[in-house]
Design a protein around this ligand. Sequence first.
Ligand SMILES: [Cu+2]
Length: 441
Amino acid sequence: MRIPGTATGVVIGVVAVVCAVVLAGSGQPSTAAAPTVSGAALTVDVELDAMRVRPDVVEVPQGTRLVLRVTNREAMPHDLQLDSGERTPRLRRGQTALLEVGPVHRDREAWCAVAGHRAAGMTMSIRVQGAHRHAAPDAADGDRIAEPAALDLAADPSPGWVARDAALPAAPDVAVHRVELRAVDREVEVAPGRREQRWTFAGSVPAPTLRGRVGDRFEITLINDTEMGHGIDFHAGALAPDGPMRTIDPGERLVYRFTADRAGAWLYHCSTMPMTQHIANGMYGAVIIDPPGLPEVDREYALVSAELYLGEPGGQDQFDKIRTGQPDGWMFNGMAAQYDHAPLRAHTGERVRIWVVNAGPGSSTAFHVVGGQFDTVYREGAWTLRPDASSGGAQVLDLAPAQGGFVELVFPEAGHYPFVDHDMRHAESGAHGVIAVTDRP
Ligand SMILES: [Cu+2]
């Protein structure tokens, strides 16, 4: 937007503007682009909506004393921060705050300071009208190639590292599952010897695997012990998302209740936008609801597959890789090559059931056991293969993002059976582990 010339000779204090004061919630929508000039100051309405700042460009004459009247139009909290550091408070839906930019003598930038929102596009530019600007040659930008993965999958894990236990215990014998999940930031081992800060539920990536039966009730208490907003979304229950999946502020809690009416291997994940980032940074887990009549087997394992994005959570580099679908690696249960360093165990002749849920956020998974054949496949709520005289075998459990299921197999002889995502790009970048099979004692 271009603002017509305003009066020169600015008199500070003509309008009683206090920087960054939340005004009463204003219900009436305003036209984002309609500036009002009041005395010597220029006030521009700015709306935060749909992960955008509108307008995203404001042009003013040199020296204009600019005030931004910032209103958040959506349920997700936002703020607006200037490149000089001043910012509005975190605004809820309908809240408005004034942000004093002051006399504009150079081009300025502003953005939402909620983690990840700037990278997701919540930015605005304040430009001086007619100021001479060099067009920066940016030709190389279009064919920028992502950095090669800096993972050494054969490296030693960090001292004291313990693999995530992939063994899946039976469902607890309760009708109501009461679970407390705290959103906390944690440093976790994402690849051998590589520790990074992640956003988590309950301090682990993936979040705890929950297991129940059809008809069970779940009462999940989410507590936000971080400095940013988070929410939660359980695919294992059907309900109106409006309340339970809302984003809660730091220090807040919510109780999310659902009944598991249908069996399946379900994903749960953070419900806060941009979800790509919240999931890519570790906020996901699995809920296993046993199909009625599920036979007992000798061993059960649970694996959650996901992409690995190195770097500062919510940072621009990481965001660019997520958006362009260029992960640094792939992983089962939150760490690349985890079970190469701590193999899963089985005995010959045992029936082994492996549950897999694909957290994505973007990649599909083609789960395969090298040297094994599946005689049982359960995928997205249905058995697609069960052993009988006429049935064949299966080699892959294929899962789009958020899908889940299980496979069963019996190992014919002792040895080391790799399990992989048979998209070999994924397997060779961390979606790889080993099942060490020994003879039954
Ligand atoms: Cu989150």
